[in-house]
Design a protein around this ligand. Structure first.
Ligand code: SF4
Ligand code: SF4
Length: 228
């Protein structure tokens, strides 16, 4: 998501890589679920998140749309976000005891929090949002361990590639005044990368996402180019 932000106000002023140590350890959030209660519609989901949710919940995109996720427009592009409960108690995946019921399959935004990503071109660095988690006496941890995702360098490359694809789509949408193009392109991206089911393994292994994603990117490139 592109936002006009003053990094000095919300971060410690540093940029981090996966191998850096950062003061984020919060004792596995013991006794706290504050950030999951106030998320509203801010957890934007990328295709890997949807794939993970499919693995973790065994629901397809349509099933997830029946309460677990919703759609919103981010920078001109229709994208899904995690849903929150209507009674104001937070994310639909937060249990009554205040624990995440999909912890092993939680979205990338949740994995990073209170860290975030800042992009320059199609590359990114991690940032620490210093006002987001009030847990006292945090300990230092490696970013890589904090995120806890399998094959992190592969995942990071996927994040860059997905960002690059969205940038292209956004550029086309930004230049056209034709509402049909905007609608059709959005429908295509939503179908190609989100609602078309990913094949998931019975063992709930996550590694086979990337070949499926890059196959879809290959197909999508020519179609996106045709909208230019
Ligand atoms: S606010 Fe901090 S300690 Fe509380 S749940 Fe979120 S990350 Fe964990
Ligand atoms: S998916 Fe889990 S970690 Fe993310 S907001 Fe919901 S309950 Fe919290």
């Amino acid at each position: 998501m592109e936002r006009e932000i003053d990094l000095k106000e919300i971060t410690d002023g540093k940029f981090y890589t996966a191998n850096d140590m950062v003061k984020i350890g919060c004792n596995d959030c013991k006794g706290c679920s504050e950030c999951c209660r106030v998320v509203e519609d801010t957890i934007i989901l990328d295709p890997y998140d949807i794939y993970q949710l499919q693995c973790g919940t065994r629901m397809d995109f349509q099933g997830l749309m029946e309460g677990s996720i919703a759609l919103q427009v981010v920078d001109g592009i229709v994208q899904p976000n995690l849903n929150v409960r209507t009674d104001g108690s937070g994310c639909v995946f937060l249990s009554e005891e205040g624990r995440c019921t999909i912890h092993g399959y939680r979205p990338g935004f949740c994995r990073m929090f209170p860290m975030g990503r800042i992009y320059e071109g199609d590359d990114f660095k991690y940032i620490l949002q210093v006002h987001e988690c009030a847990y006292p006496n945090k300990t230092k941890m490696k970013v890589k361990k904090w995120i806890g995702i399998q094959e992190l360098s592969k995942y990071e490359q996927y994040v860059r590639d997905w960002h690059a694809l969205l940038r292209k789509v956004k550029e086309i949408i930004g230049k056209t005044e034709n509402d049909t193009i905007v609608k059709n392109l959005n429908m295509y991206i939503l179908g190609q990368f989100y609602s078309k089911p990913y094949s998931i393994s019975d063992t709930k292994e996550l590694q086979d996402f990337y070949p499926q994603f890059y196959e879809r990117v290959k197909e999508a490139k020519a179609i996106i180019e045709a909208y230019r």
